[in-house]
Design a protein. Structure first.
Length: 436
């Protein structure tokens, strides 16, 4: 039986695995390294975060993004975006050098068993571990507006459903959303000859400012320090002190997680998008229906009926809708968890799973990482930058869980028969510690 099974091989899963290997844990890692970055983002995109804030985490800080870029003959500079393809290749390089062998088979189910957990891979193999770290990224949490959910994939898709946009050349596409994914997708579509518009609920699009120079007068830095999430003391707190963030009252954490660092486009996308893309702001899709002529296959396109904040109704027709509408990390979308396990987890007001100080869920031995922990540890968990804090903290929690089992003469992880009592006690302890 393994000490730790890591499910997921994106920035969080690989970082956790690197720290766990250094800690001497008997480790198993499952997932295709950097799969969402390689398979679910169109070519031509750039990394929005600064290169120095986009490192995966190893205990020695040896396998950094700038080190990889230098090896490719590229200098990773502050204020200059890194191509997405280079970042994905960096993650694969990190996996080869900083992590034990990664099993690329997908884990389809995780269930509790006596002494720990049992995971089942896509081809039916079972793997047992005393603890599990779920680092499944964002793909399980795709959010498409309710008005669009009744239409098929020929008519409606999410922005993360595309590794390239060639199928839309010469067509008419409406992109819904006002964040980076929406605006950069629209720019790429326009640049390849697609007729494209952006439809956003906000009254105007928001754009991030050009970042100030890395080296600047001390009084400028004191007023608005650099951080992994942007300039300013508030962003610095979110980026550099997620442990303190977790001690805020739950309603405060929920409000910040829902509103901080809202939809905005990178400054370097603005000049590419604004001259070439029609922008319709202050509108929300109220109803969507397939146009005739498609024979059920989507060939007729989509009619979108929208409503403004003042209640004015409008409509438009388009061949395809791309919903760049983000992700909603709720507990019920962790579908790989056995119902007995998933149904036992304590949730927060936004239906995301509660986690304790070391990212342990209310089920002892089950740890969570990434976007699904943003309501517990703050906006940093939505970005690569949060992987550094998560990896070290989570692995310390795993070691503590395993030591507790050793002292008790067992694994420290309850079997199914003891689940309810131990889960309730752990959740209460997390709340007392300010981590729940």
């Amino acid at each position: 039986m393994y000490d730790l099974l890591v499910v997921g091989a994106g920035p969080y899963g690989l970082s956790i695995a690197s720290h766990a290997a250094r800690a001497g844990l008997r480790l198993r890692v499952h997932g295709r390294p950097m799969a969402s970055w390689r398979d679910h983002m169109p070519q031509g995109m750039y990394l929005k975060s600064e290169p120095w804030a986009s490192n995966l985490s190893d205990p020695d800080g040896r396998w950094r993004l700038d080190t990889y870029c230098a090896g490719q003959g590229v200098e990773a500079r502050h204020g200059e975006p890194i191509p997405l393809e280079m970042f994905a290749a960096y993650g694969q390089w990190f996996a080869r050098n900083a992590v034990p062998e990664v099993d690329e088979r997908t884990v389809t189910r995780v269930a509790p068993v006596t002494g720990g957990f049992e995971a089942v891979t896509e081809d039916g193999e079972t793997v047992r571990a005393r603890t599990v770290a779920l680092a499944v990224g964002v793909l399980p949490f795709v959010e498409i507006p309710a008005a669009l959910r009744g239409l098929g994939p020929d008519l409606v898709s999410h922005s993360c459903h595309h590794s390239d946009l060639d199928r839309f050349r010469g067509r008419d596409v409406t992109v819904i959303g006002g964040g980076q994914a929406a605006l950069e997708t629209a720019a790429l579509l326009a640049e390849q000859g697609t007729r494209v518009r952006v439809l956003a609920r906000a009254e105007q699009l928001n754009w991030n400012d050009v970042p100030p120079p890395w080296e600047r007068p001390w009084w400028h830095a004191a007023r608005a320090p650099h951080s992994g999430l942007g300039c300013g003391w508030r962003n610095w707190f979110y980026a550099e002190r997620p442990g303190l963030f977790s001690r805020l009252p739950e309603p405060t954490r929920a409000r910040i997680a829902a509103t901080a660092l809202g939809p905005a486009g990178a400054w370097w996308v603005r000049d590419r998008m604004e001259p070439a893309v029609e922008v319709l702001v202050g509108q929300e899709v109220a109803e969507a229906r397939e146009l005739g002529g498609g024979g059920g296959g989507g060939g007729g396109g989509v009619r979108l009926d929208t409503v403004t904040r003042s209640g004015e109704r409008r409509s438009l027709e388009t061949e395809h809708v791309i919903a760049a509408t983000g992700f909603r990390a709720t507990c019920d979308r962790l579908s790989l968890l056995d119902p007995q396990l998933g149904g036992s987890l304590r949730t927060l007001a936004d239906d995301s799973p509660a986690v304790g100080r070391c990212f342990e869920s209310s089920y002892p031995g089950l740890f969570l990482a990434g976007l699904v922990t943003a309501s517990g540890f703050g906006p940093a968990m939505r970005f690569v930058h949060g992987a550094t804090f998560t990896a070290g903290t989570l692995v310390r929690g795993v070691r503590r869980r395993l030591r507790a089992g050793a002292r008790g003469g067992g694994t420290g992880v309850p079997g199914p028969g003891r689940r309810e009592a131990r889960s309730a006690g752990h959740a209460a302890g997390s709340l007392r510690a300010g981590g729940g």
